[in-house]
Design a protein around this ligand. Sequence first.
Ligand code: HEM
Length: 177
Amino acid sequence: MTFSDPIWTKQETPVWIKLNKAEYLKACVKEGLRLFFGALRGSARRNLVAPIVYKDWVIPFGTPVGMSAWMLNTDPEVYPDPLAFRPERWLPGNHKPEMDRNFASLGRGSRTCLGIHLVYVFMRHLLVAMFGPGDRPELTLYETEESDVATTVSGLSGLAKRGARGLRVVVEWMSAC
Ligand code: HEM
């Protein structure tokens, strides 16, 4: 199966075994999460037992240490043209190990998102329901500009500028028959 093959028909309920092989769908979810950032700045952790040694640096024990999902997810050396939504970068052949190393939208390490697998299942199913063949909602952008959604402010998660109206769409139900 290639990502250009239709992976299900109108009559068929999408099942995980097929969704998991749909490379372009998986790439869209990954790229969407990359630009959503998750927790923009992960909660700081502290080692209360011993100093942390990293390369030439020694960080005294008890020092809060955190990482920036923004900086990791938009590193131009890892993701060229980092603010562009380009699912193709995650496709086999383009996908490089450092992209997984930098991807921080679901946290990293021992406190990584507990719902990580559910996130991928739900998001793939959701995209199929919204954009797959068969009966589905047709969404048309309504009075929304990029600045209404672009991450500008760091809360725990990323926020758009003050006064932004958020993403607004008109929803129409489309019957495929
Ligand atoms: C798109 C959806 C989601 C995103 C972007 C997301 C993102 C994150 C991030 C970035 C963290 C780590 C925060 C930190 O470093 O302190 C986290 C932690 C966590 N997430 Fe999610 N999450 C999502 C959905 C879910 C779902 C569906 C569940 C549960 C069903 C879940 C449960 C948790 C829990 C329990 C933690 C805390 C883990 C710990 O501290 O040990 N998340 N999530």
